[in-house]
Design a protein around this ligand. Structure first.
Ligand SMILES: Cc1cc2nc3c(=O)[nH]c(=O)nc-3n(C[C@H](O)[C@H](O)[C@H](O)COP(=O)(O)OP(=O)(O)OC[C@H]3O[C@@H](n4cnc5c(N)ncnc54)[C@H](O)[C@@H]3O)c2cc1C
Length: 545
């Protein structure tokens, strides 16, 4: 056992592991990358997290950097749940519900709790967190916070950032802080602290004050964004101040989250689902733009294309049988309304049906929830593709999360089709049409040099197109190692420089998840690409040795 592991074993209550099985297990997440950690710690309590950070800080003061990577369930698609130093795996012990305020629907949980478990609990109070990712059954709340995850319902309800009220965070020096909205008076108290927390408040406040205009223009013109650091939401016009938005979406690069306090929503009215078959990308564009103008947003506005449906049928002939008839239309648009007011719901469904009927020969309105479940299989069929390997060819999470202004959706789709056609690759497309956020995964063989080169060529070209359309490289999967190298091109240089300053304020020794999101180059990440890809971790359990 190495010296770091030895020290940690003597000082923390939780398990410390350096065995080959455990290190191999934590060497991959759900991204295309692989890095083997040297030590794995299952913190038993917050004090273990604090001690680990404190130890790494003290080593850094003596010029020895031991990176710390926080890990939820490792479903990250951007390579951010990987690191070469200490892997702090939260789900093993830090997985409890701490507090439920049933009246207001506010809940405090430990960061490693399974998101599906929390959602189940909230359902008993007729509430839910609408931003929970599709991967909720096998991922953690801490991971969703750190990635600023979102869902098919984020078009109406927003992303995780909308639901996180406050956090307990272990800072890079081992100090513990609580974040939340502070009044001017409370902020002044923080600014006067003679601690690292005080230093952070002073430095962030000064930085944002000196760069007011830049902060204003740091937001991208899209409905959801998981890239960069959220500078714009720290200071509010009413004079309040909150560090929470900086930690949400920071991928463990600014602090280690131990507890999360979340808002939730009451479950809406009985949903009504509308499906429309559209025969062109222009019809899709018009439908999405018109539906977005309704007085209340649909609770979901999703799309799949015929390539996806045909591919799913060829992989699993039974999956779409009795769900949708052949030949498949060019696009299926899936629209859900869940307005709590019955008369409003009826009005919305009527208006939406009218809009869609002008653009489509086939519009179906479904009120029966069992039948809706069957129709949702059209959208969920994307999982058949992303979970299916064709021999050595794997569908890769590479260019899978671009988001553009909604009026550019059709241009974006056409650009993706052209790109796949130029590369002679099969394309299948699905996503959150109402947000202009598309998912697409090229089938490539990472053991082949040619395909690895193609992967990075496609990444480069795709990112350029998304930028040219005024979009963001990631709506929900975040930067990590995959998109981190492009952050300086996505944002103006002076905004990117602010991100670097933020990182330096919170983590002056670069201990927290280095190589993720910020200050990372393509040269660094290319050698980290694994030679074969799979989604194995999703169904795994944590190793014990
Ligand atoms: C099949 C599939 C479907 C998916 N669907 C969606 C989706 O619908 N929407 C969506 O947004 N994402 C989705 N994802 C991506 C991913 O599952 C989510 O972002 C998820 O919330 C990550 O949670 P996790 O517990 O696996 O985190 P991990 O993968 O373990 O970590 C993710 C990031 O969070 C950091 N982190 C974890 N815990 C902490 C902590 N306690 N403190 C500080 N940092 C921490 C890690 O360092 C890493 O940077 C999907 C992934 C897969 C494989």
């Amino acid at each position: 056992m190495n010296k770091v592991a030895h020290y940690l074993q003597e000082h923390v209550v939780g398990e410390v592991m350096t065995g080959t099985d455990a290190r191999n297990y934590f060497s991959t997440d759900n991204s295309i990358f692989s890095i083997t950690p040297s030590v794995i710690v299952y913190p038993k309590n917050e004090n273990d997290v604090r001690k680990t950070a404190r130890f790494a800080w003290q080593l850094a003061e003596r010029n020895r950097i031991i990176p710390i990577t926080a890990r939820g369930s490792g479903t990250d698609l951007s390579g951010a749940a990987l690191g070469s130093g200490v892997m702090l795996a939260f789900p093993a012990h830090l997985n409890q519900v701490k507090f439920v305020d049933a009246k207001n629907g506010v809940v405090t949980v430990e960061a490693g709790i399974n998101f599906g478990k929390l959602q189940q609990l909230l359902l008993t109070y007729d509430r839910f967190v609408p931003a929970a990712p599709a991967s909720l059954e096998y991922s953690t709340v801490g991971g969703a916070v750190a990635n600023n995850a979102s869902s098919i319902r984020s078009i109406k309800y927003g992303d995780m950032r909308h639901y996180v009220k406050g956090l307990r965070v272990v800072l890079s020096n081992g100090e513990v802080i609580e974040t939340g909205k502070l009044s001017k008076k409370e902020l002044n108290r923080k600014l006067g602290l003679a601690t690292f927390e005080g230093e952070i408040y002073r430095a962030v406040d000064t930085l944002l004050e000196e760069n007011r205009e830049l902060v204003e223009k740091s937001s991208l013109n899209v409905t959801k964004n998981a890239t960069g650091y959220d500078l714009a939401d720290v200071r509010s016009e009413d004079g309040s101040f909150d560090l929470t938005p900086l930690f949400v979406g920071s991928q463990g690069t600014l602090g280690l989250v131990t507890e999360v306090t979340l808002d939730s929503e009451p479950i809406g009215g009985d949903p009504v689902l509308i499906t429309a078959h559209l025969d062109s990308v222009d019809a899709l564009q018009s439908a999405v733009e018109e539906l977005r103008k309704l007085e209340e947003s649909p609770s979901a506005l999703e799309v799949v294309d015929d390539n996806l449906l045909n591919l799913v049928s060829s992989l699993n002939a039974n999956y779409l049988k009795d769900v949708i008839e052949l030949p498949y239309p060019k696009f299926v648009l899936i629209v859900e309304f869940d307005s709590a007011k019955e008369h409003k719901q009826k009005k919305l469904v009527k208006q939406a049906t009218k809009i869609l009927s002008k653009l489509s020969q086939q519009v179906e309105v479904e009120e029966d929830t069992d039948k809706q479940e069957v129709l949702w299989k059209i959208r969920e069929s994307s999982a058949v593709v992303s979970g299916h390997n064709q021999g050595q060819l794997n569908p890769l999470p590479l260019i899978d999360d671009g988001i553009v202004p909604v009026d550019k959706l059709a241009t974006f789709i056409n650009a993706v089709y052209s790109q796949f056609s130029r590369e002679h690759l099969q394309v299948a497309l699905w996503g959150h049409a109402g947000d202009g956020n598309l998912h697409v995964q090229p089938y490539l063989n990472l053991s082949q040099v040619g395909d690895r080169q193609k992967a990075f060529r496609m990444l480069e070209e795709y990112n350029r197109q998304v930028r040219d359309l005024g979009g963001s490289l990631s709506a929900q999967y975040n930067d990590g190692r995959l998109r981190g190298p492009y952050l300086d091109k996505l944002y103006p240089a002076d905004v990117h420089a602010l991100f670097q300053k933020i990182k330096k304020i919170f983590d002056p020794y670069n201990i927290l998840n280095p190589g993720v999101k910020i200050n990372v180059s393509l040269e660094e990440v290319k050698p980290l690409v694994r030679s074969s890809y799979s989604l194995d971790h999703i169904f795994d359990h944590l190793p014990l040795s």
